[in-house]
Design a binder for this molecule. Sequence first.
Ligand SMILES: NC(=O)c1ccc[n+]([C@@H]2O[C@H](COP(=O)([O-])OP(=O)(O)OC[C@H]3O[C@@H](n4cnc5c(N)ncnc54)[C@H](OP(=O)(O)O)[C@@H]3O)[C@@H](O)[C@H]2O)c1
Length: 277
Amino acid sequence: MTSANPPIQPVKDLGFLGAGRMATALALGWKHAGLVQLGHCQAADPFAGAREAFHQATGFWATEDNRAMLRASRVVVLAIKPQQLHAVIGDLRGDLGSDKLILSIVAGATLPTLCTALGHQRVIRIMPNTPSQVGASASAFSRGPSASAEDAAVVSALFGSVGKVFEVKESLLDAVTGLSGSGPAFVCLVIEALADGGVRAGLPRDVAQTLAAQTVLGTAKMVLETGKHPAQLKDEVASPGGTTIAGLHALEQAGVRGGLMDAVLAAARRAEELGKS
Ligand SMILES: NC(=O)c1ccc[n+]([C@@H]2O[C@H](COP(=O)([O-])OP(=O)(O)OC[C@H]3O[C@@H](n4cnc5c(N)ncnc54)[C@H](OP(=O)(O)O)[C@@H]3O)[C@@H](O)[C@H]2O)c1
């Protein structure tokens, strides 16, 4: 398991298949990081609303012609929904020369499935997450049979420019999906619940929400920057008979710790199911 951030070289001729939420989040993050530049990035999507939203948000071109995008791109990000995968990539087989590097962010879609459906082996499977759009993503990837070390370096540069990136064994990618892929939704639920608690205690909604989000951001930075175990940082806040231990006791009684573990496992299992369907 390695975490690598090689020097930044702009990636030329990058295309997205699907111009939805994740394509937009990644395009925005890479544009801000200077990794992808105007004239060297486009998306393809049959849905006019998605094309317009992608273009408005990123400034990059969006077409309804998948093949035109494919012909113009050397690096192609598959950013369609798992349920759409087989219908969409089947008709791309003929246009995939060995010069094309395929990056799939499709949850659950395994490398063997992708390589067989595409008739192409130069594929890398990645699980990023939506904080890509603010440069704070958590991603992990695995290489397909013909993806080289240079291809892995391109992926590390792209996903390292918008956050942290690890190369892992493919068998671990469903677990990554359950933790960091779906994690932003779980953390948003925690932020919303903390804010509701603040409002219940008398705080104005906007103040409560900002305090809750900043507390999550600050705590995450402490864990990443100090390297201390979260349990130690937790104990550093909880003084004997104090306010925090009273709150922690309520969380333990509510089974929050077990609930969060179950959420990651349920999401990981669903990724596995999607991969099999
Ligand atoms: N969102 C996340 O947090 C996240 C995180 C990690 C990985 N992912 C993965 O990223 C992928 C995209 O997720 P998303 O949230 O960005 O979904 P999304 O917003 O629905 O984007 C998918 C886009 O693909 C379009 N599409 C449908 N058929 C197509 C075709 N034939 N050719 C080209 N585009 C087509 C969809 O149009 P319609 O809406 O009209 O169908 C939609 O605009 C998924 O596989 C997901 O597992 C998502």
